[in-house]
Design a protein around this ligand. Sequence first.
Ligand SMILES: [Fe+2]
Ligand SMILES: [Fe+2]
Length: 214
Amino acid sequence: MPPVLNEGQMQKIVSFAEERHRASDFNHALDHIHLTVKLSRYLAGKEDADNEICTVAAYLHDIAKGNSADQPKDDFAELKKESDGHGAIGAKEAKELLEKLGAPDFFIDQVHYAISQHDNDLPKMTKEAAVLWDADKLQLVGPLGFARIFAYYMVYVKKDVFHAIEQARYWEEFFLERFCTDTGRSIARNLQQFTERFFRLCDASRNGRARQLL
Ligand SMILES: [Fe+2]
Ligand SMILES: [Fe+2]
């Protein structure tokens, strides 16, 4: 299928996202956006989802989070509710941008839906929404997930190493059960094999079980 957007339209979307994320907190900085785009493209190929919709949704998915260096303290806990707000707000802003750029309605609707569903625990009804969820959440499991969640809790919630480790373990388990695509699920399991041993060794160290560390 030929691309829906031309190069100029795509460049405006990328620039908009880059501008929004220039001053964002470390978990929503540009590296997170670029990695979400790369993972989304990979997953889209494997899962037969629309690559262009996945790419645009990935670029724009956190625009409602990208304009502040401050982070709400209950960032992760909000996922348990139907929606934490930045998905819905970002989806609306993405829709307005795409309308201004002259994108067709079906394309706008798909991007809007994927973004609106990336921050809640509801079933994802399109392949593209499933791909965005998985690309985003693959950065919250395994070694990178540990680093991001650990840093988040230490910086924004409580300067307590063991609390931050426990939270990283809790959220990894939470997300592991929620991957939507076969490819995302198998990458997540592979990443978790590393952190499983890591968390076991953390426990043994914390409790002084030296024999288990030999
Ligand atoms: Fe988000
Ligand atoms: Fe994100």
